[in-house]
Design a protein around this ligand. Sequence first.
Ligand SMILES: [Zn+2]
Length: 123
Amino acid sequence: MALTTEELADFEKQLVDWKAELEMGQSANVLAMTEQEQTSFPDPTDQASMEIDREFDLRIKDRERRLIKKIDQAMVRIKDGDFGECDCCGGSISVKRLEARPVTTLCIECKTAQEQEERTRVD
Ligand SMILES: [Zn+2]
């Protein structure tokens, strides 16, 4: 394990703060949606654009939910001592990479390989 206890504590704090931020954003969104529903829109154009907005909100919320799940998993990995370890090759993920993306489960080599594979599949 390349990470020190202090580094792990820093990452854990970062993840906890990040999750709290996301959850706060979510409840604000839910509140906004409830308020929108109580307002009536006589103009059908307004109604349509409002529905597009709502769909967009839902998509963002879906991404937020998935991110929160990843944050939870990262926190479990910190507890289990697996944090910073690549899921694919078992090697250690660089601290720089973890700082940029603490929820990552792949080292840069495996991630790059995975992305290349995905790109090939799409083509
Ligand atoms: Zn790897």
